[in-house]
Design a protein around this ligand. Sequence first.
Ligand code: C5P
Length: 247
Amino acid sequence: MQTGVIIVAAGSGERLGYGIPKAQVPLAGEPILAYALRGVIASGIADAICVAVPRHDEALRQVCAEVSQAAAADGGECPPILAVDGGASRADSVREALVTLQGVDAILVHDAARALTPPEVFQRVTTALAQGGQAVIPVREMTDTVKVVEHSDNAAIAPEVVHETPDRTRMRVVQTPQGFAREALTRAHAAAELFDDQQAAAVTDDAMLVESMSVPVYAVPGSDLSLKITTETDLVLAEALLQKYGS
Ligand code: C5P
């Protein structure tokens, strides 16, 4: 099975507030994207990597080149790393990268923001695809209780009121990399290209596009290290995790 990995790194990262793309923000002195790339390379599952970077960005292209050179200098196997301009939405960025990965059977889509995802997670997802899964996602069990809320009928008390409490034991938190048979992912993204703005805004991961085509999406264990760096607090947590567990 030939496997391509898409790393989406074209987000602006406004919530981190550094004024540079999130994938470029330093984590213990190195850009977030460098960690994400090294995790993919260390897993050994990728035959090709395509990184979606912000349009006209040069700094993240440089990170790709440096990680590739460092891996080659270490004498390890390093798949070709291609950088492409991302799009306005995450799904657009995935589509831009997809067209460059024609010759593979399976594709894993990974958020650069999950910089510390351990290599084993990439391997678990790839193994499940090799076993015949067309769609595979890494998940964690819920530790918090979750409520569904609606607008409150008394804003003086609070803006929201609880509607119901779903059964926590059946709920999962979803991470990346999400893996797909290339044909299923390509078909799902072609359909999503026709979405109106409201539908497009509701797309928060690739698996939901494939689910809507009635393709079964299998779930394998993710990792607590695979946190998505979104806020300053996440960055502090990621640095603490790096200090304790290394990259
Ligand atoms: O914004 P958020 O953290 O949800 O983005 C998830 C991932 O998608 C990030 O790695 C980000 O760089 C990427 N992204 C992208 N293109 C966009 C928006 C987000 O590649 N237009």
